[in-house]
Design a protein around this ligand. Structure first.
Ligand code: ADP
Length: 266
């Protein structure tokens, strides 16, 4: 969390004021140290994990020796666990970077519909394994934004929709142009979120009581990252949900009307 310099009470005597200022300085340094620690540890963990996932892909690939059913099953479990760890680590890394430097955007003309299409293609296998119908309705939607980070937004919203929708449910993604804004909506037919818990959703480490009770995996970081990215792009993110009726997350971003021909054809 960003340390905010605290005002020293005016009524404090010179000694007390000095003590408070020194203590505050120490806390600011500790806070910075914590960010550096998270960034370093996450980075160091990511490298070997990426290699584990890479070698697992080779073992599961078409050129590998045939596996017994049990070996294939065990490798699948190892891979899912490694991928979950990687995703947690990249969330922590992103969070630590935002804390220390703010959100740095590498902006270019991007088509949010193309980004959504790629994210959906990546999520299809897991959705299919859970018999979740997944559909995309999209029109070309130009945004002057950071392609990787906007992909994180879609990935996070999609993975929540998958996680919190029981098998056999449905997920619908929509990308549309609304005057001077671009809309990304991710709707699911899942467990929903009680109204009294919705205000905390975009807070770091927040998880609803139901998610904790059902022991759904997660760190509670995803939506706070979504909000930080959307805010940095000058947009807003909202949720509409009712228990057992599903949830819709909507992101509105400023539109960029100069989408290049190359981007459109992607
Ligand atoms: P994580 O999913 O890793 O726990 P998030 O920040 O992405 O973290 O989400 C925070 C919490 O918001 C989740 O733990 C869950 O309780 C709730 N939530 C998010 N998306 C949905 C959804 N589509 N349906 C129901 N609950 C959701």
């Amino acid at each position: 969390m960003n340390a905010v310099p605290l005002p020293v009470p005016l009524y404090a005597g010179p000694d007390l004021r000095g003590d408070l200022l020194a203590e505050n300085e120490r806390l600011l340094q500790l806070d910075q140290l914590k960010d550096e620690l998270i960034a370093t540890v996450s980075h160091e963990l990511r490298t070997p994990l990426t290699s584990i996932v890479g070698y697992l892909e080779l073992l599961q690939g078409p050129d590998a020796e045939p596996l017994t059913d049990q070996q294939a099953q065990f490798l699948g479990i190892i891979r899912r666990s490694a991928e979950r760890l990687l995703s947690l680590i990249s969330d922590l890394l992103l969070m630590a970077q935002v804390e220390s430097d703010g959100m740095r955007l590498e902006r270019e003309n991007v088509d949010l519909a193309a980004i959504a299409r790629e994210c959906i293609a990546a999520a299809r296998p897991i959705a299919a394994s859970r018999s979740l119908a997944m559909e995309l309705t999209a029109e070309p939607a130009a945004v002057f934004g950071d392609r990787r980070l906007l992909g994180e937004v879609v990935d996070n919203l999609l993975s929540n929709a998958v996680k919190f929708t029981p098998d056999g449910g449905s997920i619908a993604v929509r990308v549309a142009c609304l005057n001077d804004r671009v809309l990304l909506a991710v709707r699911d037919s899942g467990i929903g979120i009680p109204v009294d818990e919705q205000s905390g959703l975009f807070t770091r480490f927040y998880r609803t009581r139901d998610a904790a009770r059902r022991a759904v995996q997660g760190s509670g970081l995803g939506l706070s990252i979504v909000k930080a990215i959307v805010d940095a792009h000058g947009g807003e993110v909202t949720v509409e949900s009712a228990v057992s009726e599903g949830s819709t997350f909507r992101v509105l971003l400023p539109a960029n009307d100069s989408l290049s021909a190359e981007e459109r054809s992607r």
